[in-house]
Design a protein around this ligand. Structure first.
Ligand code: HEC
Ligand code: HEC
Ligand code: HEC
Length: 444
């Protein structure tokens, strides 16, 4: 079912949504207590009583690992007071106020209410939450960790901020529709320890599948907006944002099998490694979340990612052989490269390192990001520029200017085609249409 709906044509998607509305209306006649119908309430495992100070510190740390702040804070707003609009292909969803304000926040909530939200995706009082809150992932979090995050949230200054009404297309935001959606795509899933693996591997798996919610971006989304299973890291195009999150199980896309562990750790902590740069949404994940994690936890995550990539079944070749590129496109690409790119990336695309061996300007020859089948990220970078995340270890990363105004769609397509076919690179052509789609989707 999930597979079949991936990559669904927009017209089919419309039919699907229409079909869903019909199901929803039909079911609406039958039952009116959706929450209880769909999810029999579960007895939660008892919470362990902990040393309060250690628990608060753990809660603060886990909230960083979950990047709760990123979604639950408006730009420049008070941390965790909610109100941030999250755009989905179906409309906008506003995050809730997680400060302990009694009327508009979590002030009257118990740890049990909070656990229900994390584990079952249900608000206090039973309202089914929209999956813009990645509760398929927070569902993996243990009761003990949920209690620690809750205890820490209770120490924040209370802020009055009423959650705005979502603007999802009808009927998708309604409780019946959410109930149907959940019956198709959501199953509360406590973490399952793999006894054949080490404690470190399991810690990494727990963080990646749970709080880290990596599959929320690194797995394909289906026509109704559901991402893959919590451990599906097979890569996906992030809707609305228009970035491609590479397949972390395929070495050709992400290098996770062949990159040495310390380099994966460095990439997660600083957003840059020997041969990869984290840009766009991944730069934000590094900046707001991963750089704050302990060395031991990053190590565990890297170990898990590497083992997933090393044991994944081999897959087909990454990209087709380049089509025959016209002389005109080849010349145009070479000309744009020489004028706009060469000064930093070098005549032979070899990049530049600083005297201390850090990457100043990345090499483009043999670069995975350049060779990805899906050229979305390349177009984003050239249009809007790029700089890695500023982190404690790497406070002032080198940047790349935007070419939005300087280069038109043909120039960008030609220069990217040039990158993908020079210096031994063998990836497909980028067309002006592909560039134009992204430029138009991002509002020019
Ligand atoms: C990708 C964005 C995103 C992330 C990351 C995220 N949330 Fe949320 N969260 C939301 C949105 C959006 C809602 C509102 C859902 C709704 O009202 O249907 C929400 C709702 C909630 C609710 C329900 C509140 C209520 O009043 O019903 C809780 C509790 C919550 N989030 C806790 C967390 C915690 C804790 C974290 C970090 C571990 C977190 N969230 C991370 C987007 C996010
Ligand atoms: C908000 C979406 C989002 C989330 C959440 C996210 N990623 Fe990413 N990730 C991306 C995108 C987009 C890229 C490609 C960025 C680029 O090429 O510059 C990426 C790239 C990466 C890469 C680099 C691959 C390479 O080419 O070297 C790694 C490793 C990675 N992510 C790991 C993770 C892990 C681990 C998590 C969970 C802790 C995670 N990501 C969560 C969007 C996301
Ligand atoms: C002023 C120097 C500068 C110029 C000019 C420049 N770049 Fe960059 N480029 C950078 C830096 C610095 C990065 C690394 C920043 C990042 O990826 O976050 C980068 C990253 C990239 C990447 C991503 C590499 C990776 O591993 O993710 C590509 C592709 C790229 N540039 C292509 C181009 C193209 C095409 C042009 C010309 C149209 C160009 N650059 C012009 C400095 C430059």
């Amino acid at each position: 079912m999930k597979k079949a709906m991936q990559n669904m044509h927009p017209v089919k998607r419309l039919l699907w949504v229409t079909g869903l509305s019909v199901i929803v209306l039909a079911l609406g006649v039958v039952a009116d207590n959706w929450g209880d119908l769909m999810l029999p309430s579960q007895a939660a495992p008892a919470a362990r009583v902990m040393d309060t100070k250690a628990q608060l510190e753990q809660g603060r740390y886990l909230a960083l690992a979950g990047n709760c702040m990123a979604c639950h804070t408006t730009r420049g707003g008070i941390p965790m007071a909610g109100g941030r609009r999250i755009d989905t292909p179906f409309g906008g969803v506003y995050s809730s106020n997680l400060t302990p304000d009694p009327d508009t926040g979590l002030g009257r909530w118990t740890a049990q209410d909070f656990w229900q939200a994390m584990h079952l995706g249900r608000s206090r009082g039973g309202r089914l939450l929209t999956p813009a809150f990645p509760y398929n992932h927070t569902s993996v979090v243990t009761r003990e960790d949920s209690d620690a995050v809750f205890a820490w949230l209770k120490t924040l200054p209370p802020v009055t901020n009423v959650q705005a009404a979502h603007t999802l297309v009808w009927p998708l935001g309604t409780q019946p529709a959410l109930a149907v959606w959940r019956s198709l795509f959501f199953q509360p899933s406590p973490f399952e320890t793999d006894k054949a693996q080490s404690a470190e591997w399991n810690r990494g798996a727990y963080l990646v599948q749970g709080l880290g919610h990596c599959a929320a971006c690194h797995s394909p989304r289906n026509a109704l907006g559901a991402s893959g299973a919590v451990d599906d890291l097979s890569g996906g195009l992030i809707p609305v944002l228009n970035w491609y999150a590479p397949d972390l199980t395929r070495d050709a896309e992400s290098g996770m099998a062949s990159t040495p562990l310390p380099e994966i750790v460095r990439l997660l902590r600083t957003g840059a490694s020997m041969n990869a740069q984290a840009n766009g949404p991944m730069g934000e994940v590094v900046q707001h979340s991963l750089q704050h994690l302990s060395e031991a936890d990053l190590q565990a995550m890297a170990l898990y990612l590497q083992s997933r990539a090393q044991t994944a079944p081999p897959s087909q070749a990454v990209d087709s052989k380049p089509k025959r590129i016209t002389l005109q496109v080849a010349n145009q690409g070479a000309k744009v490269y020489e004028r706009q790119c060469q000064q930093c990336h070098g005549e032979q695309g070899a990049g530049v390192k600083t005297t201390s061996g850090e990457v100043a300007y990345p090499a483009l020859a043999g670069n995975r990001a350049v060779l990805l089948k899906d050229p979305t990220n390349l177009v984003q970078l050239v249009l809007y520029g790029g700089y890695g995340p500023a982190t404690a270890d790497h406070p002032r990363p080198f940047g790349m200017p935007p070419f939005l105004l300087e280069l038109d769609d043909r120039d960008i397509a030609a220069v990217l085609t040039h990158l993908r076919t020079q210096w031994g690179n063998q990836a497909g052509e980028v067309t002006p249409l592909q560039v134009n789609r992204i430029r138009a989707a991002q509002g020019g």
